[in-house]
Design a protein around this ligand. Sequence first.
Ligand SMILES: [Zn+2]
Length: 198
Amino acid sequence: MHNSELVLDGGHLALDLLNTVAPADASRVDALGAPGTFIQWMEGASLGTEADTAALRASPPDARLLLADARRLREAVAAIVEAHVTGVPVPALALVEVNRVLSYRNVGVRLTGGPGHYRLSGVTTTSGPLGLIAPVAEAAARLLLEADPARLRQCAAEGCGLWFLDTSRNGRRRWCSMATCGNRAKVAAHYRRHRARG
Ligand SMILES: [Zn+2]
């Protein structure tokens, strides 16, 4: 149902990774299908700095290795989301995978500023390429800890299936995006009403 290759509609970094593939829809390209589209996806998701993604482009072996890690992480995220939604324990292998990637996430604090405006600020450093996708592993963990499973849903449009976290006030969001599936559903409903009258 989507024309765009790279979908970032999930409203959540972990869901955005999960949404990189939707097997029900042959028209959608898997962003994790090749190093080039994967690096584009990373840029869209603001993972790493410009220098980080430039370094990946300059080193195909590193890009391929990180892509393989991202695919493994995607499987783990899928398992976590499924477990959360259905209310069963997260598979041990998914936890191992998320923790493996999380171990590359270094968050510390630094004392900065000067007289009158000293402050403690959080500093995130990454260690090696795997650190670049560590924020996605953290997002998956937060999804499990903080997201209401009833608001973790897949788009209702036929053949779409993109995941989203419903943050609307009434909690009745049905579409991955109003600009695409929501609008198509509206047009189709209008057409049906029109035909029923005529
Ligand atoms: Zn959709």
